[in-house]
Ligand binder design. Structure first.
Ligand SMILES: NC(=O)C1=CN([C@@H]2O[C@H](COP(=O)(O)OP(=O)(O)OC[C@H]3O[C@@H](n4cnc5c(N)ncnc54)[C@H](O)[C@@H]3O)[C@@H](O)[C@H]2O)C=CC1
Ligand SMILES: O=C(O)CCC(=O)C(=O)O
Length: 525
C-alpha cells in the first residue's frame, strides 16, 4: 500500500487515476496538518503553495516521488530531493495554452487599460478620454524565452498582426522560421520591442534579467509583461522607470514574493496584476493533475516516468527495450562492488551488440546505483547515483565495442581500484535470463541472482567435495555451481548459488580449507 500526500489544491477529477488503484491511499491535507505522519508518505503531490524544502524532505524518509502539478519546480529543492534519491516530476505542457492565453489577456488589458477602466466605471465614473489605448496590430512584440508558452504567445501575436522578435539562446533557426518569428540578441529585442513578455524559467541567469541595466536599453514607452516567474523582471528596478514614464505599463501575474503583500508597485495605476492565475483554468488544472497522477501511478507500479526533472526520461517503448539490460547492469554493479570491496576510482562500462543501440545512459545509471548500493547507507538509485559517485570521487564512463564474445549482447564493467582492476561481463539471453559470462579473468556462466558464494582456489581433485561437505554440515544447500579455471592444476574459481545466506563464521571455515585462496559472499537482491 502506498500513501500519497496531496498538499495543495489539485483538480479532484485529475486525481481519478490514483483513486482507481487499490494500492494507493490519498491524504489531502496541508503539510502542517500531518506533521506527525510525514514519515509515512511514499509520494507528495503539490502545486506551487507547498514549499518542498530540505527540512521537509528530512521529515519524509519514505518519500520516493514528488509530483508538481504544473511546470515551474522552483518551490521544490530539486537538488536536495536528488541527493535523497527522490524522483521529481512535473506536468510540462498541461497548462501551456492557459498560460499563453493569460499572457495575451494581460497584454490586451495593459494596452487598453481594461482593469483601470473597469474600476472607474464601477465607481460611477464615465471617463472615456482617460483610457485611450493602443492597438496591438503593427506593434513589435519581444519574447524572451521561446519554449512552450513563448511560442504559443507568438502564434497569437501573429494572428493579431504583430511582428515577433525572440531572444532565446537555445532556439534554432529552423524552429524560429517555422513559427514566423525572428531571432535576435537580447539587446536587439530590448531595443526594438513595443511590448516585452518574458517566458523563461527562473534561474541564476534569468533572475533580474530585466533589471536596471537592461530596462535602460528598452524603447521609451515600452510595456512589460511577466506571466512566468517573479524576479525575472526586477520589481524594485521598475520603480524609477515607471516614475519617469519610460515604462508605459507593466502586467504581472507572478511576484518575487507570493503573496506580494503591500507592494510598492501597487501605487502605480499603470501596473496591472493578477494573483498567479496563468494556469488557473479548469482545463489546465485537469490536464496537469491527470498528467502528474498518471506519472505517479506508473512510478509506484515500477513503470517508467516520462517527465522527470532529475532522471533521464524514457518512453514506454524504450523502457521495455532496455529493462532487461537495466536489471542486468544493476546486478553486475552490485556484484562488482562487493567483490572489489576496496576504494575504487573509476568504473568503465562497455556496451557491445544489441545493447549498444539502446539508451545506455539509463543502463549505466542503473549499474552505478547497483555498484553504490552496498557502499552507502542512504538510499541510492538512478536519481542520485551520479551525484553520490561524484561526492565519493568515483568517475565513470561509457564505451562501445563490436566484441560480443559470441553473445548477441554484452555489457562489460571494469572497476579500477588502487593497485587492482576487476572486469565482469554479462549478457541478457531472451527467454533464458541474465548470465555472467566472464569474471575476473575467468570464462564462466552463472545467473547473477540470490546468495552467491565465490571461491578462488588451486585446481586440485576433491575441492568441490570439500566445499560441499562444509556447507552441508551447516545445513546450507547448494542450488547451482559453476566452475572455471586458467589451466589444469592452475588457478580456478567456483561460483555457487546457495539457498540461504551464510554467516561470517562459515565464511571463515571455508577460507581455512587447504588450497582455497579467496572466499567472498556476493548478495544480489
Ligand atoms: N503564471 C503561471 O501560472 C505559469 C507560469 N509558468 C512559467 O512560465 C515559464 C515558461 O514555461 P514553459 O514555456 O512551459 O517552459 P519551457 O521550458 O518550454 O520554455 C522556457 C524557455 O526559456 C528559454 N530560456 C532558458 N534560459 C533562458 C535565458 N537565460 N534567456 C532566454 N531564454 C531562456 C529556454 O530555452 C526555453 O525555450 C516558466 O517559468 C514556468 O514556470 C508556466 C505555467 C503557468
Ligand atoms: O499551480 C499553479 O497554478 C502555478 C502554475 C505555474 O506557475 C507553473 O506551472 O509553473
Amino acid at each position: 500500500m502506498f500513501r500519497i500526500l496531496v498538499s495543495d489544491a489539485i483538480s479532484e477529477e485529475g486525481l481519478a487515476p490514483l483513486r482507481k488503484s487499490e494500492q494507493i491511499e490519498i491524504v489531502q491535507k496541508k503539510v502542517t496538518e500531518v506533521e506527525e505522519q510525514l514519515h509515512e508518505f511514499d509520494a507528495l503531490l503539490v502545486r506551487s503553495a507547498t514549499k518542498v524544502t530540505e527540512e521537509l524532505l528530512s521529515k519524509m524518509p519514505n518519500l520516493k516521488i514528488i509530483g508538481r502539478a504544473g511546470v515551474g519546480v522552483d518551490n521544490i529543492d530539486v537538488e536536495a530531493a536528488t541527493k535523497r534519491g527522490i524522483v521529481v516530476i512535473n506536468a510540462p505542457n498541461g497548462n501551456t495554452i492557459s498560460a499563453a492565453e493569460h499572457t495575451f489577456a494581460m497584454m490586451a488589458a495593459l494596452v487598453r487599460h481594461i482593469p483601470q477602466a473597469h474600476v472607474s466605471v464601477k465607481s460611477r465614473e464615465w471617463n472615456r478620454s482617460a483610457f485611450v489605448g493602443t492597438e496591438l496590430q503593427g506593434k513589435h512584440l519581444g519574447i524572451i524565452g521561446f519554449g512552450r508558452i513563448g511560442s504559443e504567445v507568438a502564434k497569437r501575436a501573429r494572428a493579431f498582426g504583430m511582428t515577433v522578435h525572440v531572444y532565446d539562446p537555445f532556439l534554432t533557426k529552423e524552429r524560429a522560421e517555422k513559427l514566423g518569428v525572428s531571432i535576435h540578441t537580447l539587446d536587439e529585442v530590448l531595443a526594438c520591442s513595443d511590448i516585452i513578455t518574458v517566458h523563461t524559467p527562473l534561474t541564476k541567469e534569468t533572475k533580474g534579467l530585466l533589471g536596471e541595466k537592461n530596462l535602460a536599453k528598452t524603447k521609451k514607452g515600452v510595456y512589460l509583461i511577466n506571466c512566468a516567474r517573479g524576479g525575472i523582471i526586477d520589481e524594485q528596478a521598475l520603480i524609477p522607470f515607471l516614475q519617469s514614464g519610460h515604462v508605459a505599463g507593466v502586467a504581472l501575474d507572478v511576484f518575487e514574493q507570493e503573496p506580494p503583500g503591500d507592494h510598492p508597485l501597487f501605487a502605480f495605476d499603470n501596473v496591472i496584476v493578477t494573483p498567479h492565475l496563468g494556469a488557473s483554468t479548469i482545463e489546465a488544472q485537469l490536464n496537469v493533475a491527470t498528467q502528474v497522477a498518471e506519472e505517479i501511478l506508473h512510478f509506484l507500479e515500477g513503470k517508467p516516468v516520462t517527465s522527470s526533472i532529475n532522471l533521464p526520461t524514457l518512453s514506454k517503448d524504450v523502457y521495455e527495450k532496455i529493462q532487461a539490460f537495466y536489471n542486468l547492469a544493476k546486478k553486475m554493479g552490485t556484484i562488482a562492488s562487493q567483490y572489489m570491496n576496496i576504494p575504487v576510482q573509476e568504473l568503465s562500462v562497455t556496451y557491445a551488440g544489441t545493447v549498444a543501440d539502446l539508451e545506455t545512459t539509463y543502463i549505466t545509471r542503473s549499474l552505478l546505483a547497483g555498484f553504490l548500493r552496498p557502499r552507502v547507507a542512504s538510499t541510492v538509485n538512478e536519481v542520485n547515483a551520479a551525484m553520490i559517485a561524484k561526492e565519493r570521487g568515483i568517475t565513470y564512463g561509457e564505451k562501445f565495442s563490436d566484441e560480443t564474445y559470441g553473445y548477441a549482447n554484452c555489457i562489460s564493467l571494469t572497476v579500477h581500484g588502487e593497485n587492482r582492476t576487476f572486469t565482469i561481463k554479462g549478457s541478457h539471453i531472451p527467454n533464458y535470463g541474465d548470465r555472467i559470462v566472464h569474471f575476473d579473468g575467468f570464462t564462466i556462466d552463472f545467473a547473477p541472482d540470490g546468495h552467491l558464494l565465490y571461491i578462488q582456489h588451486q585446481d586440485r581433485p576433491g575441492m568441490i567435495g570439500k566445499v560441499g561437505n562444509v556447507l552441508g554440515e551447516h545445513q546450507v544447500n547448494i542450488a547451482t555451481m559453476q566452475v572455471g579455471r586458467e589451466q589444469a592444476g592452475g588457478k580456478a574459481i567456483m561460483m555457487l548459488s546457495l539457498d540461504k545466506p551464510i554467516d561470517d563464521a562459515l565464511l571463515q571455515k571455508l577460507a581455512e580449507i587447504e588450497d582455497i585462496e579467496t572466499v567472498k559472499r556476493l548478495e544480489v537482491s
